[in-house]
Ligand binder design. Structure first.
Ligand code: H2B
Length: 101
């Protein structure tokens, strides 16, 4: 299943509109680092993101230690041979995640 990649201009717009996210993996992904009061808050947030991921059929790569959560969004289906690229799905997920916070 192939998904169109965002072009350079669209990536620039994505980063401008979502200033808590930064470019990662040489432009193939975006990343946001979050810190919560404790593990329970972090896990509660992750549970809500998990429900969003199922709704969007778009799943984050993430890392959690205690109260820290790092989320990386990329679209494997947009460039499967190279581990992924940014697509509109990443922009939509970033938007939805930001709306939780
Ligand atoms: C088959 C299934 O729809 C695909 O693997 C979906 C599911 N979730 C996904 N999540 C992410 N992050 N990238 C994808 O390309 C992707 N593709």
């Amino acid at each position: 299943m192939s998904v169109p990649k965002l072009n350079e201009k669209e990536v620039a717009t994505l980063l401008a509109d979502h200033s808590d996210w930064s470019s990662a993996r040489d432009g193939a992904a975006i990343q946001r680092k979050l810190q919560f009061a404790d593990f329970s808050e972090a896990w509660g947030f992750m549970a809500r993101v998990a429900l969003l991921a199922e709704k969007h059929d778009h799943h984050p790569e993430w890392f959690n230690v205690y109260n820290r959560v790092e989320i990386t969004l990329t679209t494997h289906d947009a460039d499967p041979d190279n581990g992924g690229a940014l697509s509109q799905r990443d922009a939509d997920m970033a938007e939805a995640i930001d709306a939780l916070l």
